[in-house]
Design a protein. Structure first.
Length: 202
């Protein structure tokens, strides 16, 4: 394949990918038990709230190397000859972004004339991963080709970002004339990974 340019214009080979995920999850759980009657001497309140977000761009999950990523941004001049009076510019860019917010609140209240027991638990988690391969350059294959230009520029860049917020709140209250017990547990986990590879070559 032969490309010729008799003008002074540049020859530009450009590839760009921009992906964006915005995920917001909010969950609330409330459990209330009140037994003011004389025949009811005990009250139990329980509440459990869970929120999970999973966002992936260009990868099937954690543990996947960039070489096996699903997204490839490629700008190449391959097995071709080029005669240009201007510059040859080859550039590949990736700008992926993930913004994830998970908020979970769990509330449990128990009241009784005798014994009051209350327990609440909340958990939030988010998994966010970006995996892309960026390739730019001149590939000759098994055949010798001729590239003629005033200037050759080859570049590749990856400006991917992940912003993840994970919140978990848990509240429990127990009231009893004789005895009372309350237990509250909250846990929050965020797993983020950006796996990328850039190959710019001539």
């Amino acid at each position: 394949m032969l490309f010729r340019s008799s003008s002074k214009a540049d020859v530009v080979i450009d590839a760009a990918s921009t992906g964006n995920i915005q995920a917001t999850i909010q969950a609330m759980s409330v459990g209330v038990s009140l037994t003011p009657g004389i025949g009811s001497m005990s009250g139990v309140g329980a509440s459990l709230g869970i929120g999970v977000a999973r966002n992936l761009i260009g990868t099937e999950g954690f543990g996947i190397s960039a070489a096996n990523g699903a997204a490839v941004i490629r700008a190449v001049l391959e097995s071709s000859s080029l005669d240009a009076s201007g510059a040859l510019k080859i550039d590949a860019r990736s700008t992926q972004s993930i913004s994830s917010t998970v908020s979970v609140v769990s509330v449990a209240v128990a009241g009784a004339l005798g014994t009051g027991l209350a327990g609440s638990g909340s958990g939030s988690g988010s998994e966010n991963a970006i995996g892309t391969r960026i390739e730019s350059g001149i590939l000759g294959g098994n055949t010798i080709r001729t590239i003629s230009a005033q200037r050759i520029e080859v570049g590749g860049s990856d400006a991917s970002t992940i912003t993840a917020d994970s919140y978990a709140g848990s509240v429990s209250a127990a009231l009893g004339m004789q005895s009372a017990g309350a237990l509250s547990i909250g846990a929050s986990v965020a797993l983020n990974r950006i796996a990328g590879g850039i190959d710019a070559s001539i």
